[in-house]
Write a protein that binds this ligand. Sequence first.
Ligand code: ATP
Ligand code: MG
Length: 328
Amino acid sequence: MKRVLSGIQPSGQLTLGNYIGAMQNFVKLQDEQECFFMVVDMHAITVPQEPKALREQSEAVAALFIAAGIDPVKSSLFMQSHVRAHAELGWLFTTLAYMGELERMTQFKDKSAGKDSVGAGLFVYPTLMAADILIYNADLVPVGDDQKQHLELTRDLAGRFNSRYGDYFKVPEPYIPKTGARIMSLDDAGKKMSKSNPNPGSYIALLDPPDVIRKKISRATTDSGREIRYDPAEKPEVSNLISIYGQCAGLTVAEVEARYEGQGYGPFKKELAEQVVAVLEPLQARYREVRASGELYDQLASGAERAAKVADQTLRDVKERMGFLLPR
Ligand code: ATP
Ligand code: MG
């Protein structure tokens, strides 16, 4: 059995990109592997968050994990901030990382671009992420394509720790799906779909009502041609919509192309919207049940308890190896 760890930030409304690129793979892994999934609230505050909104989004993300199919008995589901060892190991890793390697991170470059003041937390984000993963000695990390670089850094930090203080950490492997690992924005196929994008028209939120989904897809940018052809270089917008269609309908790209041969964007977009609604409507119904059940807090507490058992031990081992005087 392998250990699996992943997280999602409560930095806005979860999108179809989060679902296709990350969440649906969590669900596939949980039956066979030992899984830890968390709402990474400590990461979300690396960009400004309004306290009330952060609290609501945190609860919403936790409920969406369950609505998407995460079973809080099979998997340990918890809030990152409830397992305090994450922050502490994050600091230890910050002292292990080099400025130069953090400066090369494209997420930092993208999220700090054009800002007058950039939080230091955004810069050291990848060291906390490394701690999140290594604190469970995870084998596999299911993430979207955009997190590949952070995972590479995690692997480097694990190796650095091992060579300095003796073999301790496993070097984790990314688990990135072959298709759907990078869903693009609906208004700009040059950017990935992101929940923190200020334009809600750029993403489909998992909790968007069906009519909003239909409207957003009908307004999604497309080129002036009419062919439904997968060609990310020449037709990036249509290619993105084909990917979404394939993921929601359970079809390959070639099957989607074949289905729409000789048809224009109109019918394709209309039916794409129905495919997305067919996936999200039942998920939304389950979400409402989870929120109404009143069980979420207990489920998160039990997840945090299980996670802390592993995390506290790792932190202790690491501190011992680094030369801290441990309390008796
Ligand atoms: P933010 O804009 O606040 O960074 P986000 O939409 O990028 O939000 P994260 O919480 O950073 O979401 O990422 C959660 C998971 O979703 C990660 O595994 C990430 O790789 C994956 N993911 C994010 N965006 C996409 C996307 N457009 N396509 C596929 N996977 C994605
Ligand atoms: Mg992100």
